[in-house]
Design a protein around this ligand. Structure first.
Ligand SMILES: Nc1ncnc2c1ncn2[C@@H]1O[C@H](COP(=O)(O)OP(=O)(O)O)[C@@H](O)[C@H]1O
Ligand SMILES: [Mg+2]
Length: 319
């Protein structure tokens, strides 16, 4: 049995993120806030311990996503209060925390799932809090019995953390005879077997996910939490790009920022699925490489030269 959790509106306020909150010590000529070994952007951070406040800050620093942030705060409060009730021998709601994250690619689902996993570890719900990302091909096999084995392997790797299944609706592709159905059955079994130490997050396009969940009554009751990740607005995409640059200790010159916004506006027009922070990341990474090429042959580079992005550095090969 599982109980549907309805999160209400009376819980801790969400601190609105704004770029003004981003610390920029690199602009003052001293940017050593982290120990040397951590001064890369992509920390291999499995098994590291995080403080709840740091995780909430990481979430709040994300651009937009107000409802998602609010939900995570509610989740935190809910878990903490249920634990306290348990300590007082009061009835506690069962923690059925399997979730559906719906939204277009690049809308922040994986990033938020990663934070939620770590948070649930800090809250004592999960032992490890890591996330195992997988998709249909990682779960579904080619012959009878193969699927159950593959699914079991993925579940094993995810134990103590989050099993994040991207484009989960594709498990229902092919109908009754498809091995996808076997994967769903194995997952449901794993959810029962590892009730206390595994959280599943199913992710995918909103309409496909709604259909998938609706046509699987067994799943509907097992996934009480549904979170929608809306597409980002143009201004949010610009802010995301700027945040990505700042995190890498770069800055737009004013005319470059304007040109970046114009680029996003055109891109938005060309791409109907515009809520795409991943495309922004590609642009930012290419832009950084282009700045490097521009600087490569100059002598006497100043700190400012290394930090600032000019309009000519902007690079988007995708339009
Ligand atoms: N609201 C946001 N603020 C800042 N960066 C974001 C935001 N949403 C997504 N990103 C960044 O965009 C990229 C793609 O996000 P991701 O979580 O992988 O999207 P999805 O899983 O929905 O496809 C990542 O680099 C992520 O850090
Ligand atoms: Mg993803």
């Amino acid at each position: 049995m599982s109980i549907n959790i309805t999160f209400r509106n009376k819980l801790p306020p969400v601190i609105k993120s704004s770029l003004a909150n981003v610390e920029k010590p690199y602009l003052k000529g001293h940017s050593q806030p982290l120990p040397k070994k951590n001064r890369t952007l992509h920390n291999n951070d499995n098994n590291q311990d995080y403080k709840i406040e740091d995780l909430l800050k990481e979430l709040n620093d994300m651009i937009g996503l107000d409802k998602v942030k609010k939900f995570v705060h509610e989740l935190q409060a809910f878990v903490e209060i249920q634990k306290k009730r348990e300590q007082e021998n009061l009835l506690a709601e069962p923690l059925v925390l399997h979730m559906v994250f719906s939204g277009n690619p690049g809308s922040g689902k994986t990033t938020v799932a990663r934070i939620v996993g770590k948070l649930l570890k800090e809250l004592g719900v999960l032992q490890k809090g890591h996330i195992m990302e997988c998709e249909r091909a990682d779960l579904v096999g080619e012959y009878i019995g193969h699927t159950a084995n593959k699914t079991r392997d993925m579940v094993k790797k995810a134990l103590g953390g989050v099993l994040f299944i991207d484009e989960a609706y594709s498990l229902a592709r092919g109908g009754e005879k498809d091995f996808g159905k076997e994967a769903i059955d194995s997952l449901v079994k794993a959810m029962e077997d590892h009730r206390d130490n595994l959280i599943l997050i199913l992710a995918g396009y909103r309409l496909e996910m709604e259909k998938f969940i609706q046509t699987n009554p067994g799943l509907r009751s097992r996934f009480p939490i549904h979170i929608n990740f809306p597409d980002y607005t143009i201004d949010e995409l610009v802010a995301i790009g700027e945040l990505m640059l700042n995190k890498r200790e770069y800055e737009f010159l004013p005319e470059a920022r304007l040109a970046f916004k114009r680029m996003i506006q055109n891109m938005n027009f060309l791409h109907p699925y515009s809520g795409n922070a991943r495309m922004i990341r590609n642009i930012i990474e290419k832009t950084i490489r282009k700045q490097a090429v521009r600087l490569y042959n100059s002598k006497n580079l100043s700190r400012e030269d290394l930090i600032y992005i000019k309009e000519i550095d902007l690079c988007n090969d995708e339009i």
